[in-house]
Design a protein around this ligand. Structure first.
Ligand SMILES: *Cc1c(COP(=O)(O)O)cnc(C)c1O
Length: 229
């Protein structure tokens, strides 16, 4: 029996099982990329209201199939291309994957007329990883004063994705360093930037992320099963 099946046979059982193991303050974001709207309905029925998608168009299609569930909060977790920013702002209340000053600038400009500011996490790479988007720490620190001027964004924290192949100790330490970085940033005197949220932890590493202070975990396979590709 795999660890996955021990968590329960249905999406609802897995949701409840994981929920029970988490501190109540941790927000569980169900990553429904490549999963059908019916899977979202099952997780919704088990109480999940936060769903994450990595592609704007896929999220748009699912959202239109789920109009009867208006209290879903949609989170974008994948790299956002400049030409999709407008559409992304229409769909997602949260964007975890803001990975450059240029993207933040565009989001700020296009968010200006919106009734509600989008909640933004700054995606940071604590370890070098050529396959991932995100700021290196030194570059993020350089860009913070400019990011702090974006009045149409709610910058609320950091997001990180770890490179593959780390040991458990390295995983914990890297999450812990992300937490330390957020604390360091929070201590500076920003006008707008806040550092209340740490979006970190996926199916394989979420328990270490929670130990290291994650406030939002992003779980896909452990809830929905393996993705088609
Ligand atoms: C796919 C994805 C997840 C979920 O990963 P699982 O291993 O399926 O839990 C979380 N965060 C990001 C940024 C992802 O792209």
């Amino acid at each position: 029996m795999t660890a996955f099946s021990q968590l329960g046979a249905t999406i609802a059982e897995r949701v409840l099982h994981i929920r029970q193991s988490l501190p109540p303050s941790v927000r569980l974001i169900a990553i429904s990329k490549q999963m059908p709207a019916s899977a979202i309905r099952e997780a919704y029925a088990a109480g999940v209201r936060d769903f994450g998608e990595s592609r704007v168009q896929e999220a748009e299609e699912k959202r239109s199939q789920l109009q009867d569930l208006p209290d879903i909060t949609w989170h974008l977790i994948g790299h956002l291309q400049a030409n999709k920013v407008q559409k992304a702002l229409e769909i997602f209340q949260w964007i975890h994957s803001v990975d450059s000053l240029k993207l933040a600038e565009r989001l700020n400009r296009l968010a200006a007329p919106l009734p509600q500011k989008p909640s933004i996490c700054l995606q940071v790479k604590l370890l070098p990883d050529p396959n991932k988007y995100g700021w290196e720490v030194a570059d993020l620190l350089t860009d913070l004063p400019h990011l702090d001027t974006f009045e149409h964004l709610e910058i609320v924290g950091l997001m990180t994705i770890l490179p593959l192949g780390l040991s458990d100790t390295e995983i914990f330490n890297t999450f812990d360093q992300t937490h330390t970085l957020a604390n360091k940033i929070a201590q500076e005197n920003w006008q707008r930037i806040r550092m209340n949220e740490l979006s970190m932890g996926m199916s394989n590493d979420y328990s270490m992320a929670v130990q290291a202070g994650a406030t939002m975990i992003r779980l896909g396979r452990i809830l929905f099963g393996d993705r088609p590709i």
